[in-house]
Design a protein around this ligand. Structure first.
Ligand SMILES: Cc1cc2nc3c(=O)[nH]c(=O)nc-3n(C[C@H](O)[C@H](O)[C@H](O)COP(=O)(O)O)c2cc1C
Length: 210
C-alpha cells in the first residue's frame, strides 16, 4: 500500500512521556505557542473552536495543582487492580505524580461550556470530540519540536478546586486535560507505543465479524 507522505513516524512514535522529561531545562513560551498553533488546527463541531489553554509556569501554583493531582492519582490507583502489563505504566505514572511540580510548564486544556448533567451520547461526543483532537494535535506538535508530554486527567477529581485556584469560571468552562510539557532528555529514542494491531480490533459489516 502506498504510504502517505504525512509524518507516519511522528503519528506512531508520539506516546506518553513521563520519565524522559527533562525537568531541568525551561520550555520557551514561543515553542509552546508554536505547538498550540498546531493544536488549534484541530476540528471541532460547527468549527466553534471551544479550546482555551492556560499555561502554568508559576512554581507555587504548579505545586498546588500537583497536590490535587497526587490525591486524584492515588484515588485512581486505589480503585483498581492493575493487570501485570500495566505495572510499568503505573510506575511511570507514580514518577510523574511525584515530579509534577518540577515539570517546566503545565498546560491546562479547557473547553468553553459544560456538558449538561443529563448529557446524551450526542452531547458528550460533540463536547469531548471537539476538544480532544486539539489535545492530540498539541502532543504531536510537541514531539515534533523535541518536547514531550502525557495526557493527564487524574487532577479532574478536583476540577472545582483547581478552577478556583486558577480563576477559571467553573460553570462556563470545563477543564478536560492537563499536559505537563518538558524537553525530552537527550538520547530519547523514537519507540512506538505497544498497540494491538488494527486487524484484531476491526470488524466488517457486523459486530463480531473479524
Ligand atoms: C483520556 C486519557 C486520560 C489519561 N490520564 C492520565 C493521567 O491522569 N495520568 C497519566 O500518567 N497518564 C494518563 N493518560 C496516559 C495513558 O496512560 C497513556 O496514554 C497510555 O498508557 C498509553 O501510553 P503510550 O502511548 O505511552 O503507550 C491518559 C490518557 C488518556 C487518553
Amino acid at each position: 500500500m502506498a504510504r502517505s507522505s504525512m509524518g507516519n513516524d511522528l503519528l506512531t512514535t508520539t506516546r506518553a512521556f513521563r520519565r524522559r522529561l527533562d525537568l531541568t531545562r525551561p520550555v520557551a513560551r514561543q515553542d509552546l505557542l508554536d505547538c498550540l498553533d498546531v493544536a488549534v488546527h484541530a476540528p471541532s463541531g460547527t468549527n466553534r473552536q471551544p479550546w482555551r489553554f492556560l499555561v502554568v509556569e508559576d512554581p507555587d501554583i504548579k505545586q498546588r495543582i500537583a497536590d490535587y493531582y497526587r490525591k486524584g492519582f492515588s484515588a485512581y490507583l486505589s480503585a483498581r487492580t492493575p493487570r501485570p502489563d500495566q505495572l510499568g505504566d503505573l510506575a511511570s505514572g507514580r514518577y510523574l505524580a511525584a515530579h509534577l511540580p518540577e515539570v517546566p510548564a503545565l498546560v491546562v486544556v479547557c473547553s468553553l461550556g459544560r456538558p449538561p448533567a443529563d448529557a446524551t451520547a450526542l452531547h458528550l461526543a460533540s463536547f469531548y470530540g471537539s476538544i480532544y483532537p486539539a489535545v492530540w494535535n498539541f502532543m504531536l506538535a510537541l514531539h515534533d519540536h523535541g518536547l514531550g508530554s502525557t495526557m493527564t486527567t487524574a487532577h479532574l477529581l478536583y476540577e472545582r478546586e483547581i478552577a478556583d485556584l486558577l480563576g477559571i469560571p467553573f460553570d462556563q468552562v470545563t477543564q478536560v486535560a492537563m499536559l505537563p510539557v518538558a524537553h525530552l532528555l537527550p538520547g530519547t529514542t523514537a519507540q512506538g507505543p505497544r498497540r494491538t494491531p488494527a486487524a484484531d480490533v476491526t470488524m466488517w459489516n457486523k459486530w463480531g465479524e473479524q
